[in-house]
Design a protein around this ligand. Structure first.
Ligand code: SF4
Length: 90
């Protein structure tokens, strides 16, 4: 099962909210998130960690994308419409 629509924990980069704090329904009413985001020093530390995590994630995606690229394979022919063999003008 996918957790694509699960809310993400702002404090644990890329991780879903696991409702680890008592009485919370998600990140929107999490007191830990509110505390970090309302404190300038903690927020700056969070932002620094987030940018490092995002940079690493971008690099990993670039590597994965390059690894998935076909090497020397001929490009696929242009689409011929919904059904193979139909003229593209249909
Ligand atoms: S309850 Fe708060 S700290 Fe815990 S995972 Fe959810 S958003 Fe993050």
């Amino acid at each position: 099962m996918s957790n694509a629509n699960a809310p993400k924990c702002p404090l644990r980069y890329g991780e879903p909210c696991t409702l680890c704090q008592p009485y919370v329904t998600g990140p929107e009413d999490c007191q830990t998130v509110a505390l970090v985001m309302s404190d300038p020093e903690l927020k700056a530390q969070w932002a620094k960690g987030y940018s490092a995590w995002a940079r690493q994630r971008r690099e990993e995606r670039k590597k994965a994308h390059k690894a998935a690229e076909p090497t020397g394979a001929p490009a696929s022919p242009p689409s011929q419409g919904l059904v193979t063999g139909m003229p593209a003008s249909w």
